[in-house]
Ligand binder design. Structure first.
Ligand SMILES: CCCCCCCC(=O)SCCNC(=O)CCNC(=O)[C@H](O)C(C)(C)COP(=O)(O)OP(=O)(O)OC[C@H]1O[C@@H](n2cnc3c(N)ncnc32)[C@H](O)[C@@H]1OP(=O)(O)O
Length: 182
């Protein structure tokens, strides 16, 4: 049994995607990632958050967090809360046609976030200035939307095209989602 498992693992490793390869199911132009650790349906450690967005710079995501992401007993790990908020912030910015990487992320934890409860994260784009875009986000329990569990402010900075070409060169692909766009 152990030998069969080892043999199978070796075969799977031989077929696995290289560290810098973009999955064939991904679209690097718009930034969709099948194996995203936040929303990727193909990633076993993704909570996963199911998010939507609109071109006016808004995003929302529904998620119920389980044991894998537990921090204090019965509660969601604070880093995971930050990750969920970062995702809707980035998604709001991207939906408005503003590429960018997270430059700063400020999270305010207002209440403990329980595991196993349907949560809703919402975000909206704020100001734009050159390659910089700000956005704000909020996390609530779906059944108590007036109580803020956590909130965040993010600053996103689009990479200059030449910098993006350099950063993403190992992928061998054109990656537009995190680059300057209008
Ligand atoms: C839906 C898809 C969801 C995907 C979500 C993904 C979210 C992520 O995880 S992104 C990954 C995490 N973030 C990163 O790795 C970013 C790492 N940092 C960097 O690459 C760079 O520092 C970066 C791109 C933010 C800025 O670098 P660079 O483009 O060289 O900036 P630079 O030219 O120095 O500055 C541009 C402007 O921004 C300002 N700025 C730069 N960094 C900051 C900062 N941290 N705070 C405030 N202002 C800043 C500068 O002052 C400058 O302003 P101005 O134009 O007025 O002079």
């Amino acid at each position: 049994m152990t030998e069969s498992a080892r043999e199978l693992a070796a075969r799977l490793r031989a077929d696995s995607r290289g560290l810098h390869d973009i999955a064939t199911v991904d679209d690097p132009e718009i930034g969709e990632r099948w194996y995203s650790p936040v929303y990727g349906p193909g990633n076993p450690v993704a909570p996963p958050i199911v998010a939507t967005d609109s071109s006016d710079g808004r995003a929302r995501g529904r998620v119920t967090v389980g044991k894998t992401h537990e921090g204090p007993p019965g509660l969601v790990h604070g880093g995971v809360v930050a990750t969920l908020l970062d995702h809707v912030l980035a998604r709001a910015v991207r939906a408005a046609g503003r590429g960018g990487l997270t430059a700063t992320l400020t999270v305010t934890y207002r209440r403990p976030v329980p595991l196993g409860v349907p949560l809703m994260a919402t975000a909206e784009m704020g100001t734009t200035d050159g390659r910089r875009t700000t956005a704000t986000a909020r996390l609530v329990a779906e059944d108590d939307p007036s109580t803020t569990l956590a909130e965040a402010e993010g600053l996103f900075i689009a990479l200059r095209p030449e910098r993006a070409a350099d950063v993403f060169a190992p992928t061998g692909r054109s990656v537009a989602a995190w680059t300057t766009r209008t």
